[in-house]
Design a binder for this molecule. Sequence first.
Ligand code: MGP
Length: 315
Amino acid sequence: MGKKPKFTGLSRFLPQEFLSPNAASLSEESQNQSKPAKKRKTDARGPVRTRYDATALVPHYTTAHEVPENLQKYFSQRKRYFSLYDQGCLLDEEGWYSVTPENIAVQIADRCRCDTILDPFCGVGGNAIAFAKTCEHVIALDISPTRLALARHNAAIYGVADRIEFILADYISFANAYLSRPNPTRRIDVVFLSPPWGGPGYISPSENHVSTADNADFQDELETHAQYSLSRIQPIHGVDLFLLTKRISDNIAYFLPRNADLNEISALGLLEKDESVTPNDESRMIEVEEEWMGSKLKALTCYFGGLVAGQEHVF
Ligand code: MGP
């Protein structure tokens, strides 16, 4: 800890370069997209080192006794998060509790097939890796240099690091810069929003939640009434995040807690990015996909615009 992450080839947030025809800041990955992904060999001595190795940044846990108490339940699901975990996948604390399980990421990526997809909260890369297999261009942002380096390390294990453009950026600044360009050189077709939900406590009521039940019923109330409000999304209110994103693309997949308030989600479908736009009823449908793993509901993916089944014509 305290060690500054060392990384090379990641694009810093330089919107004018990202948007310029010469794209001087495009990362090494995107410049090498024509190179075929190298086949990886397993090594009996342990994880294989890749070109984007980030093993110095966080530990790669192999047994439960190495894992801090608060991460134990996530470690036991490690192969659900990354089926190639044993080949050296790396997660930091936030990555452990917020990475999308691989099967779910694959399902979402299948729905989001397009030319260019933006994953502005890429974390340790679970979704970006899946998008690299269904989309032509993947732009993955994160505000944390460590997590971005871990995402690229993990993508290298999956053989797709060269298919993802990793950019160290805060999404709000990136979006505003992108939108301020009259003619961005790269059109973004789909945005996958998987922002921080405010930590693993998202399932509990927020501090200003007022219990209407006796203490004895409180646990039941948590299960049935602790709806998650979009106001708890970070770094800005979830409604504002959606509206900002809608100015980039109508085609949005919004990954939200399983206890998210469905009334708030359906209200998003009535929002227009620009009040002068005449509402188009046909593009108003929203699809909410429940993401189950076995008997457990893990999260909701809410699809908007052309990502909604039957609404592909608005893409
Ligand atoms: P969970 O409920 O914290 O984990 O998150 P789990 O293991 O299902 O807990 P259990 O005790 O209820 O069994 C479920 C899933 O939600 C995770 O696998 C992540 O994909 C996702 N997730 C969790 N958090 C805290 C976040 C977050 O902050 N942001 C995003 N985008 N996804 C999250």
